[in-house]
Write a protein that binds this ligand. Structure first.
Ligand SMILES: C[S@@+](CC[C@H](N)C(=O)[O-])C[C@H]1O[C@@H](n2cnc3c(N)ncnc32)[C@H](O)[C@@H]1O
Length: 295
């Protein structure tokens, strides 16, 4: 954490990394513990829900976070599903395998992720679009009101909720379901001192979560209600996600003989883990699972 304070917190993290051609959202999944082509790149859910034991395997933890989202969305085999911010596509294979989904589409902003997913030729994938999940119109008119469920694992905090919801609403059929994880201001936020508030916002801004994307829980509920959602459920996952990821990365040994670009990838991972530790410790921001249904 100490090193972070030497940085100018007004600047995104990328400013401090050497110029490489990577997208700002690119995550080096092999360094995290997933070398697969369709790799995970989320923060993980580090508690086994069956036996309550901690998980120490990155791919399992990521799959567990997706499972929480899939269960919250009530995914059923007959559902036509849209995945927002699917990253390198591990979640797409997961929905097909674990929930038996036969018809999937996805939006993702990174061209490199789109190329990987296209190369994998997933039989259940009807369409993969390089498109933002917070801007209308949808990239193909056939996506309008075409989905029973929209899911988003560990990505929605990169967007303003109202914009993200507008995309969900446009994609969902009537009575469609949505589930996503995001970051939410906790009830301790208003009482926190200016310094902690300011520091938290600056650190999150460096991780591409600008202040305007963070709302308190009651505003999230109000925004969902205004958008026409019912059956709204919110669940705090701070321990399982923030603390779990921070502990996992803390005990990973720094890989040896890394090229310069990979060293910056490793630094980004370490800083993300320190941010998670900071958020878990101070409790001003929750990691939250949100689900709802259209009326
Ligand atoms: C932390 S990763 C999670 C990836 C994947 N869901 C997973 O569980 O492995 C967040 C993803 O959201 C994508 N993303 C961020 N902002 C986006 C936007 N506005 N539109 C589409 N994708 C976005 C990033 O490119 C990245 O792949």
């Amino acid at each position: 954490m100490r090193n972070l304070f030497r940085l100018n917190l007004r600047q995104p993290l990328q400013k401090y990394l050497p110029q490489v051609s990577k997208h700002r959202f690119a995550i080096a999944s092999p360094l995290l513990g997933d070398p697969n082509v369709l790799a995970w790149s989320n923060l993980g859910f580090w508690r086994n829900t069956l036996d309550d034991q901690n998980i120490s395997d990155y791919q399992r933890a990521c799959a567990q976070l997706a499972q929480q989202v899939g269960l919250a969305a009530g995914l059923q085999t007959s559902d036509v599903v849209l995945d927002l911010g699917c990253g390198q596509g591990a979640s797409l294979a997961y929905w097909a395998k674990q929930f038996g989904i036969q018809h999937l589409s996805a939006l993702e902003i990174q061209p490199a992720c789109i190329a990987r997913i296209q190369a994998a030729h997933l039989p259940q994938l009807d369409g993969i679009y390089q498109a933002p999940f917070d801007q209308l119109p949808l990239p193909d008119h056939r996506l309008n009101h075409a989905f029973d469920a929209v899911v988003c694992v560990d990505a929605a905090y990169h967007a303003q909720l109202a914009d993200f919801l507008a995309v969900n609403m446009a994609a969902l059929k009537p009575q469609g379901r949505m589930a996503f994880t995001t970051l939410v201001k906790s009830s301790r936020w208003p009482q926190a001192g200016w310094l902690y508030q300011h520091l938290t916002l600056k650190l999150l801004n460096m991780a591409y979560v600008p202040a305007q994307n963070l709302q308190p829980q009651h505003e999230i509920i109000a925004t969902l209600q205004q958008a026409g959602c019912i059956d709204i459920q919110l669940q705090v996952l701070d321990q399982e996600v923030f603390s779990g990821f921070a502990k996992y990365i803390q005990q990973l040994e720094a890989p040896k003989h890394l090229a310069w670009a990979a060293k910056t990838d490793w630094l980004k991972i370490k800083l993300t883990a320190q941010l998670c530790h900071f958020l878990a410790q101070h409790g001003l921001i929750h990691y939250m699972l949100v689900s709802a249904r259209l009326a």
